[in-house]
Design a binder for this molecule. Structure first.
Ligand SMILES: [Zn+2]
Length: 57
């Protein structure tokens, strides 16, 4: 679930997701699950972070 930055529509499902794992920093690394969402109201695509996790490095 993500909110369209253009008109505030809540879009329940991403059309594409991917995971990004950051470089270790201070004994931790950040794992981000990103998604591309398509807004049915304005027809635009936008990117949003779905989940953010802190992992031990
Ligand atoms: Zn929109």
């Amino acid at each position: 679930m993500a909110k369209c930055p253009y008109d505030g529509t809540e879009v329940p499902n991403p059309t594409k997701t991917w995971v990004m794992i950051g470089k270790p920093l201070g004994g931790k690394r950040v794992k981000l699950t990103n998604g591309i969402f398509h807004c049915p109201t304005c027809g635009k695509n936008f990117r949003a972070v779905i989940k953010k996790e802190i992992l031990p490095a």
